[in-house]
Write a protein that binds this ligand. Structure first.
Ligand code: NDP
Ligand code: 2IT
Length: 446
């Protein structure tokens, strides 16, 4: 490893004990940024890198609530307000039993660069709770969300911090959170995005991350004269991002043959068509069932406890969670002919996997670029809320597509190497950095 990176990582590790996911995200970015900063000493003198890895504020709080049995339950809530140089803190909320400070710091750190790439004025943040909604009734989820927001609301505001969804936080949770915010603050404002239409949400926000990832993949493919039409595609996860990734790939004539959840994967060689997707959306968003039930209904293969990366494919869209593609998985993908990995999830590829993509010279779209469509349409939701009007589906989708094309162009601008190879990871890191770093410089030592 570059000794400058190693030295920098030593200081990060010393300051932030036991946060492996945070180190992973920082190191990946530092590898691109340290050489760039050395060439641009204004950033070095202002210690931008040292400042950008330090959250502006971390809020940790108690979430007490009552179960249906009348038992007192206690969870832990977090909000990382990472960077507000270019706009108010913006980023999702995650509810997952394994959630901890290090995971949220990695997510908030990535969000800063991602939000900058969208070109919209949004700083970076992330939050959530170690709450497990599985096996909980709707009323329990509501009481939990109310308790969570009772504390969080004092830190939010349409010009301060605007959360949205992430793993375990979808339309249902955003609705409950919005209701409690409105009740406590006595104001109907766009303080959350991903709201239902009746609460001031934007058309296309549910679809945005998945659609955006597919638009990004198409842009990458264009550089090699390729496309998704007629190709076999793997998708992991079966939640919000996975569902709309499938929808858009189907629209473009590709064939998605896999899906997964934390228990296993399905392999459907016939492809997940419109009707099957409808079944998944109902299964996951309403019945809150397991992906195994898809295999039972459609009589296809179920790979218990496995991820889908051993299946032959042309493109892979990891859309479940971090570190779901190991180096070994990446080798398997390449050996089976995979030419594109486009990350719907945040940091789904381990550093070893990324090295394998680079060696194999395939198209690799890193999450902070490829999945930025979600937060981009969140930004458009904020715009519509401020203007007190709503744009049509076509209008929002057009803007989303343009934003994804711009992000792709930024990655090419900063990531093109001398031999013509586009290193999208480097391009996204530097491209996301410049605007934030310049804004930090302009604001002095704050
Ligand atoms: P959902 O909660 O809708 O779906 C998450 C899916 O991933 C589920 O199928 C879930 O399975 C699976 N999953 C979650 N944790 C794990 C795990 N530890 N191991 C295996 N599978 C897991 O979340 P989203 O679709 O919103 O988010 C998916 C990814 O996309 C995340 O990385 C998120 O950060 C990222 N993302 C989301 C955006 C958004 O707008 N929603 C925007 C940009 C990125 P199970 O049901 O078994 O838990
Ligand atoms: O990781 C992400 O970009 C999100 N979960 C979406 C954040 C947002 O504010 O829409």
């Amino acid at each position: 490893m570059d000794p400058r990176v190693a030295q920098f990582m030593e200081t990060v590790k010393e300051k932030n004990p036991a946060e492996p996911e945070f180190y992973q995200a920082v190191e990946e970015v530092a590898k691109s940024l340290i050489p760039y900063i050395d060439e641009n000493p204004k950033y070095k003198h202002a210690k931008i890198l040292e400042r950008i890895v330090e959250p502006e504020r971390v809020i940790i709080f108690r979430i007490p609530w009552l179960s249906d049995q009348g038992e007192i339950e206690v969870n832990r809530g977090f909000r990382i307000e990472m960077n507000s140089a270019i706009g108010p803190y913006k980023g999702g909320l995650r509810f997952h039993p394994t959630l901890n400070l290090g995971v949220l710091k990695f997510l908030a750190f990535e969000q800063v660069f991602k939000n900058s790439l969208t070109t919209l004025p949004m700083g970076g943040g992330k939050g959530g709770a170690n709450f497990n909604f599985k096996g909980r009734s709707d009323n329990e989820v509501m009481r939990f969300c109310q308790s969570f927001m009772t504390e969080l609301c004092r830190h939010l505001g349409p010009n301060t911090d605007i959360p949205a969804g992430d793993i375990g936080v979808g339309g249902r949770e955003i609705g409950y959170l919005f209701g409690q915010y409105k009740r406590i603050r006595n104001e109907f404002t766009g303080v959350l995005t991903g709201k239902g239409l009746e609460l001031g949400g934007s058309l296309i926000r549910p679809e945005a991350t998945g659609y955006g990832a597919v638009y990004f993949a198409e842009e990458m493919l264009k550089t090699r004269g390729e496309f998704l039409k007629g190709k076999t595609v793997l998708v992991s996860g079966s939640g919000n991002v996975a569902q709309y990734t499938i929808e858009k790939i189907n629209d473009l004539g590709g064939k998605v043959v896999s899906l997964s959840d934390s228990n296993g994967s399905i392999y459907d060689p016939d492809g997940i068509d419109k009707d099957k997707l409808k079944f998944i959306i109902e299964l996951k968003n309403i019945k809150r069932g397991r992906i195994k039930e898809y295999a039972e209904k459609y009589g296809c293969e179920y790979l218990e406890g496995q991820r889908p990366w051993g299946i032959k494919c042309y493109a892979a869209f990891p859309s479940a969670t971090e570190n779901e593609i190991t180096e070994e998985d990446a080798r398997l993908l390449i050996a089976n002919g995979c030419k594109v990995v486009c990350e719907g999830a945040n940091m789904p590829s381990t550093p070893g996997a990324i090295d394998v993509y680079m060696e194999a010279d395939i198209l690799y779209g890193p999450g902070k670029a490829a999945n930025a469509g979600g937060v981009a349409v969140s930004g458009l939701e904020m715009t519509q809320n401020s203007m007190r009007l709503t744009w049509s589906r076509e209008e929002v989708d057009k803007r989303l597509k343009e934003i994804m094309q711009n992000i792709h162009a930024t990655c090419v601008k900063y990531g093109k190497e001398e031999n013509g190879f586009v290193n999208y990871a480097k391009g996204a890191n530097i491209g996301g950095f410049v605007k934030v770093a310049d804004a930090m410089l302009a604001q002095g030592v704050v």
